[in-house]
Design a protein around this ligand. Structure first.
Ligand SMILES: C[S@@+](CC[C@H](N)C(=O)[O-])C[C@H]1O[C@@H](n2cnc3c(N)ncnc32)[C@H](O)[C@@H]1O
Length: 192
């Protein structure tokens, strides 16, 4: 199977912005606990129509930048139709490659996307390349043992430990995570 079969169908983009999802993941609240600072440069991997991009833009403010990266022009069009503020910069790019310069990003956020991208090691190396020293990443993804039945097929999902190991092997330092959820895991890591 190619990783294209794992990709979220952009025709279904509206379900990524609905109120039920907002209540379930509380994006502004979760992102607000991570320590992202005003005027920083953030990168939203697999941003879709902007469920996390817009609260990220609120946090970094007008002096910051949020690169909103997606492989789907349809997703980026849906984001633009939501009239994001000027600090949001749509970026058409196919992971694992990230079309940004070395050491140009303070924070990388990736929600429900890592399991759709191969190879994992290539993605981790690209994240390390574009992060500035001292930069951080936050990855949120589906648990294979989730309580609820929605989300991608369970055999498409990655164990948290698989992602953690790839990060450690690439030189990231894992950070403690206080957040817990019955359907998803959050991984935080830093590049020293
Ligand atoms: C399940 S959606 C999640 C969207 C958003 N992060 C959210 O939580 O609302 C996954 C997104 O990743 C994008 N994506 C999948 N594979 C990708 C790749 N190789 N490169 C860039 N984006 C990709 C899809 O187009 C889709 O927008």
């Amino acid at each position: 199977m190619s990783n294209h079969d794992r990709r979220f169908d952009p025709k279904n983009h509206a379900v990524l912005s609905n109120a039920e999802r907002e209540a379930r993941w509380q994006p502004a609240r979760l992102l607000g606990t991570l320590g992202i600072q005003p005027a920083q440069t953030a990168l939203d991997l697999g941003c879709g129509p902007g469920f996390w991009t817009l609260p990220l833009a609120e946090i970094v403010g007008a002096q910051g930048i949020v690169w909103a990266l997606d492989v789907s022009q349809e997703m980026l069009d849906a984001l633009v139709q939501r009239h994001p503020p000027a600090q949001v910069r749509p970026l058409l790019s196919e992971l694992p490659h990230i079309h940004l310069p070395d050491s140009s990003v303070d924070w990388i956020w990736g929600a429900f996307v890592v399991h759709e991208v191969e190879p994992l090691a290539g993605l981790v190396n690209e994240m390390r390349r574009v992060l500035r020293p001292g930069g951080r990443i936050g990855l949120l993804d589906w648990r294979p043992d989730a309580v609820h039945e929605d989300g991608p097929p369970r055999h498409h999902r990655l164990e948290a430990e698989t992602v953690r190991r790839a990060l450690r092997e690439s030189g990231f330092r894992l950070l403690p995570v206080a957040w817990e959820h019955e359907d998803a895991y959050l991984i935080l890591a830093a590049l020293d």
